[in-house]
Design a protein around this ligand. Sequence first.
Ligand code: ATP
Length: 141
Amino acid sequence: MAKKFILQVVTPGRQFFNEEVDRVEFKTSEGDIGIYQDHTPLTTPLAEGGMLTIRQDGKEKKAAIHGGFVEITPDKVTLLTDAAEWPDEIDKKRAEEAKIRAERRLKVEEEDINEIRAKSALARSLVRIDVSGAKSEEDEL
Ligand code: ATP
């Protein structure tokens, strides 16, 4: 049987997750990565809005995570993220409104800083909409 490792996900407000898992997938600023046991150590920024997929005992859980850093050591993966939500915690209407606001700003804004902020807000809203469609129950693989 494959060796498990600890996945810890912490936000400024709560410990979101801290359990043994078989595999985890998430999005860094460089792109999507998937981690099994005995991974190579790495510390890297997380994407502004990305899906977290946790595989545990033949089941899969999804969540939205937003920015921060991941620290990977051989027996533990720690995600220090600005915000994290399970599917049933996401207010889809709020995310859809945030998406519309961000898209509107991207059409009119010319200042770089506002464009970066609008792109980040758009990325957060899109992953929230995506994850809110995932089943809140743990899906059998
Ligand atoms: P909004 O413009 O709707 O506030 P945002 O992307 O600016 O969205 P964040 O700064 O990423 O919001 O998050 C602030 C807090 O609100 C976090 O605790 C986050 O989990 C929560 N949050 C943001 N959007 C939603 C949502 N659609 N459903 C549930 N919680 C949300």
